[in-house]
Design a protein around this ligand. Structure first.
Ligand code: ATP
Length: 240
């Protein structure tokens, strides 16, 4: 459903992606893995229309590479940026309302089913619905950022480093929810530095280095690939 061909992306005169090809199928979780500065965030920004780029990006056959970020989000490609970016001075419920209002143009009075869906997924958000976002823990803020995206009824959810800065137990809880969202019919493009985690929940993965895809394939096969184990799964190798 999402098809990316030969994408080059630029920050001013600096080329940050050098001809990336990637696809995401309608039921998949696809991981993008790579070290700092590999270009993972830049790739998500390219899909969302937030950066200057060349190449072809289509979604369900429609070219979106010349479309505005607003059009792309309204078409259902919803991006949860690195660092969460919840609105600290709004309550949990108000942050969720922003997801509907901004992405789907739905008034606050008509949030019903979507709100219930988010609260079903993240019971903790329901308990804290009247609490200001600034007062939430890091894990709860990440849940809120994903919940806000769910309010936009995503047809493709793009998650940038959802595990960043969270304790292992919170990460495990969050990743169970990511799999659950996917099983509800939402394909997911997941950017992660934590390669083991990303590959353990995805069907396929792309490894990005220096703005290029250097390896791609079935996640299970990549987990067993000696190059991947040496470069990205050092801890796993040591403990094996
Ligand atoms: P990280 O996990 O550290 O965020 P990443 O894989 O997401 O890494 P990007 O943030 O996409 O990497 O960065 C890719 C390249 O683009 C890097 O060389 C980075 O320095 C450069 N870059 C990123 N943002 C900007 C910017 N605003 N201006 C100039 N160069 C940038």
């Amino acid at each position: 459903m999402l098809d990316i061909k030969n994408v080059h992306a630029y920050y001013g005169n600096i080329e940050a992606l050098h001809g990336v090809d990637l696809s995401v199928g309608s039921k998949e979780i696809v991981a993008i893995v790579g070290s700092n500065g590999a270009g993972k965030t830049t790739l998500l920004r390219s899909i969302s229309g937030l950066i200057t780029k060349t190449g072809a990006i289509s979604y369900n056959g429609e070219a979106i590479d010349k479309r505005s970020p607003r059009h792309i989000a309204k078409a259902g490609l919803i991006h949860v940026p690195e660092g969460r970016h919840v609105f600290p001075g709004l309550t949990v419920e108000e942050n969720l309302a922003v997801g509907s209002v901004s992405w789907r143009g739905i008034g606050k009075a008509n949030l019903g089913d979507d709100l219930e869906k988010v609260f079903y997924l993240f019971a903790r958000l329901k308990e804290r619905r009247k609490q200001y976002a600034w007062s939430l823990s890091g894990g709860e803020q990440q849940m809120l950022a994903i919940g806000r995206a769910i309010m936009g009824r995503p047809k493709l959810l793009m998650l940038d480093e959802p595990s960043m800065g969270l304790a292992p137990i919170v990460i495990d809880e969050l990743f169970v929810k990511i799999v659950e969202i996917n099983s509800m019919g939402v394909p997911i493009l997941l950017v992660e530095q934590n390669a083991l985690l990303a590959m353990s929940i995805s069907q396929r993965a792309y490894i990005l280095e220096g703005g290029k895809v250097v390896l791609e394939g079935n996640s299970k096969d990549l987990l067993n690939d000696v190059r991947v184990r040496e470069a990205y799964l050092g801890k796993l190798k040591d403990s094996a």
